[in-house]
Design a protein around this ligand. Structure first.
Ligand code: DP6
Length: 349
C-alpha cells in the first residue's frame, strides 16, 4: 500500500529582513523579522508525500529532479515531524499505522515550485514550509501552528513565516534551544487587502551567493550587522507593527524601503562584499523614489531579497496599474530582460 498527502504553501516576502544567525544549526536569528505572505495561487510550492513499506529509503524530487536528502536541514524537519507522528486509521484504504511504525516507514517526496527557484524569491520558504506541513498531514501530527513554525525554521529560517497568511512576525526568541523562536500572525490576509504586490523578475538565474553562506559571512565580518540587529531593528519592528495595524501606508513604505536598503548595505559591509542587486534593480529603486518624491507621499514600496528581483508593493490597484505602465515603459520587455507579474490580477498585463 501507499499512503499519500498533498499540500501547498505560499512564499513570503520580508519587509523587515532576517539576515544573520546566532545559532547556525538550530537556525536562530539575530533579530526579529516581519513578512507578508503571498497569495498561494501565484508563488507557491506544492508537495506530495507518500509513505509505503515498499520504499527502502527516504527520497525527494524537486521540480522533477531527484535531490539529495542528506542535508542536516531536511533531516531535522523529518526527524521532528516523525517524533510527533500519531496513529493513522484510514478505513477507506484499509491502512492502519501505529505511531511507532512511522520511525521505520520511509517517505518519497515530490515538490514543485511555480516560480524560479533560488533567484532570491525565497523559494526555500515555500518549499520547506510545504514539506513540514504536508509531512505533518501524512503522519497525523496535530501540533499547533507555533510548533510547526519552529520545525519549519529548522529547514530554512524564512520558512517559519510561511505557515501563516497575512502579515507575520518571526520572534527571534531568547532560549538557547530555540523553543521560543517561531512565527506569529500579526493580522490575517483580509486586514489590508487593497495592497498589490508586483514582482519584477530582473533575472531568473540562480543567485551567486546563497542566503545561508551570505549571512554566515556577514555575521563573521560585518561591523554594521551588530548595530542593525541591536539598535535599528528592534524599534523598526515596533513601528512596522503599528503601521500594519493602522494600515498606514506612508510609514509602511518608508520602513520597508529603509530596511531593504540597510540589508543590502550590510551585504556590502561584508568581506568580501555581497552584491545581490544589479543595475536594473538600482534603476527600479530610482524610478520608485522619484515617483514617491514627486507625489509628496509614498505610493509604492520596494524591497529586494538575496537577488536582483524587485518586490514592489503598491498602495492600491490604481497605483499598481500606473506602476506597471511605468515599468513597462522604462523597461520594454525584451529577451527576458524584465518580466513583470502583477499578483492578484494577471489580466492587466
Ligand atoms: C534575504 O531563510 O533563505 O530573504 O535560514 O539560511 O535558509 P536560511 O536563509 P533564508 O534567508 C532569507 C533571507 C532574506 C530575508 C528574509 O526572508 O527575511
Amino acid at each position: 500500500w501507499v499512503l499519500m498527502a498533498t499540500g501547498r504553501s505560499p512564499t513570503n516576502i520580508a519587509v523587515i529582513k532576517y539576515w544573520g544567525k546566532r545559532d547556525e544549526a538550530l537556525i536562530l536569528p539575530v533579530n526579529d523579522s516581519i513578512s507578508v505572505t503571498l497569495d498561494p495561487d501565484h508563488l507557491s510550492a506544492t508537495t506530495t508525500v507518500a509513505a509505503s513499506p515498499a520504499f527502502p529509503s527516504d527520497r525527494m524530487w524537486l521540480n522533477g529532479k531527484e535531490i539529495s536528502l542528506s542535508g542536516g536541514r531536511f533531516q531535522s524537519c523529518l526527524r521532528e515531524i516523525r517524533k510527533r507522528a500519531r496513529d493513522v486509521d484510514n478505513e477507506k484504504k484499509g491502512i492502519k499505522i501505529k505511531k511507532e511504525d512511522w520511525e521505520k516507514l520511509h517517505v518519497h517526496i515530490a515538490s514543485y515550485n511555480n516560480f524560479p527557484t533560488a533567484a532570491g524569491l525565497a523559494s526555500s520558504a515555500a518549499g520547506l514550509a510545504c514539506l513540514v506541513f504536508t509531512l505533518g498531514k501524512l503522519m497525523n501530527v496535530n501540533e499547533d501552528y507555533g510548533e510547526l513554525s519552529s520545525i519549519c525554521r529548522q529547514g530554512s529560517g524564512s520558512a517559519c513565516r510561511s505557515i501563516y497568511g497575512g502579515f507575520v512576525k518571526w520572534c527571534m526568541g531568547k532560549n538557547d534551544d530555540g523553543s521560543d523562536s517561531m512565527a506569529v500572525q500579526l493580522v490575517n490576509e483580509s486586514h489590508w487587502d487593497d495592497l498589490v504586490i508586483i514582482i519584477a523578475v530582473v533575472s531568473s538565474k540562480q543567485k551567486e551567493t546563497s542566503s545561508t553562506g551570505g549571512m554566515r559571512d556577514t555575521v563573521e565580518t560585518s561591523p554594521l550587522l551588530q548595530y542593525r540587529a541591536q539598535t535599528v531593528v528592534p524599534s523598526r519592528i515596533l513601528k512596522m507593527e503599528d503601521a500594519i495595524k493602522n494600515r498606514d501606508f506612508e510609514s509602511f513604505a518608508r520602513l520597508t524601503c529603509a530596511d531593504s536598503n540597510q540589508f543590502h548595505a550590510v551585504c556590502l559591509d561584508t568581506s568580501p562584499p555581497i552584491f545581490y542587486m544589479n543595475d536594473t534593480s538600482h534603476r527600479i529603486i530610482s524610478l520608485v523614489e522619484k515617483w514617491n518624491h514627486s507625489e509628496g507621499t509614498p505610493q509604492v514600496a520596494y524591497t529586494f531579497d538575496a537577488g536582483p528581483n524587485a518586490v514592489l508593493i503598491a498602495r492600491n490597484r490604481k497605483t499598481a496599474t500606473l506602476l506597471l505602465q511605468r515599468l513597462l515603459y522604462t523597461f520594454p520587455p525584451q529577451e527576458n530582460d524584465l518580466d513583470s507579474y502583477m499578483l492578484g490580477d494577471k489580466s492587466i498585463l
